[in-house]
Design a binder for this molecule. Structure first.
Ligand code: FES
Length: 294
């Protein structure tokens, strides 16, 4: 779909599982990129909504390995953060919380689940959009994630013409410190108590199944609710063709735009004190495009 920028080759890098960023970087070298040979790479986050604890952390890690393996060039606003020293030129797709393809793919999965309820009940099923929570210390630092997750939820509801009542709730809190709520499991219990037992849980920040959908939502929240027949979960996006098309559209639009990253990338959280954030943002957004870097 983009012969002008072809050939393309996908690589995968995880933050905490194999293949890690270092391994991916070495694979790029093996395949003839960088080390004096230049080449262009796009870091495409698979988190639709940006958090400094997810995408930010992954990009900081990528920046770290770029510095270690390709020298200290501080980057620039030219495409794509690389120098003229034959290092890899990076650009970043750093967030896509309200992309129409993402929104449509989530809405289609909800509609499919809604159709499994008797017709007369469908309009009153409560939709509980559930996303991984954050410690309040991160939220209060000014992390963009809660607002971006809310943007996805609102866009999905707009696409569905606000057909059902809905709430955004947060899951997977750990430890004793305060986390962003309301918690998904508490919300389900509380609605059950009020007699609202027609609920659809919607994974809105995870694009594929994993322990938080298959175990936490399916086994714990739904499995232990006592209402397995009426409390359901919409499918994760996984290999939804609409979702996959959205990813391809996002990548194509990014390459056509000539942009290094979104305008948001250069702006640090108001409460950020991390040197690594400052340096990594300067690298990806370009020195002239960073703000609040004190
Ligand atoms: Fe958000 Fe550093 S923690 S920019």
């Amino acid at each position: 779909m983009s012969p002008e920028t072809a050939p393309h080759k996908p690589y995968v890098a995880f933050r905490y599982a194999n293949p890690l960023t270092e391994e991916m970087y070495n694979k790029l070298f093996e395949d003839g990129f960088g080390q004096g040979r230049g080449g262009r790479a796009v870091a495409f986050t698979q988190y639709p909504q940006y958090s400094c604890s997810t995408t930010g952390s992954s990009l900081n890690e990528l920046w770290k390995w770029r510095q270690r393996l390709e020298g200290k060039s501080s980057g620039g606003s030219d495409i794509a953060g690389g120098g003229n020293d034959g290092s890899i030129h990076w650009s970043v797709i750093d967030r896509w919380p309200a992309h129409p393809g993402l929104v449509d793919a989530i809405a289609l999965n909800i509609e499919e689940q809604l159709a499994s309820y008797p017709k007369e009940k469908q309009k009153n099923v409560v939709l509980l959009f559930s996303a991984h929570s954050l410690p309040m210390s991160v939220v209060n630092r000014g992390d963009p994630y809660p607002a971006e997750v809310a943007a996805t939820v609102y866009a999905v509801m707009q696409r569905m013409k606000f057909s059902n009542p809905y709430r955004l709730v947060w899951q997977s809190q750990v430890g004793p410190s305060p986390w962003l709520g309301a918690q998904t499991s508490d919300t389900v219990s509380s609605y059950i108590k009020e007699g609202q037992t027609d609920l659809i849980l919607v994974p809105v920040a995870f694009t594929s199944d994993h322990i938080e959908t298959l175990y936490e939502l399916d086994e714990e929240v739904i499995g232990e609710s006592g209402h397995k027949d009426t409390i359901k979960r919409s499918e994760s996006l996984n290999d939804s063709p609409v979702f996959i098309q959205a990813l391809a559209d996002i990548a194509k639009a990014h390459m056509e735009s000539g942009e290094t990253c979104s305008k948001q990338m250069g702006l640090r959280c108001p409460g950020c004190t991390s040197e690594r954030c400052a340096e990594s943002k300067k690298f990806f957004a370009g020195p002239g495009e960073t703000f609040a870097t004190s």
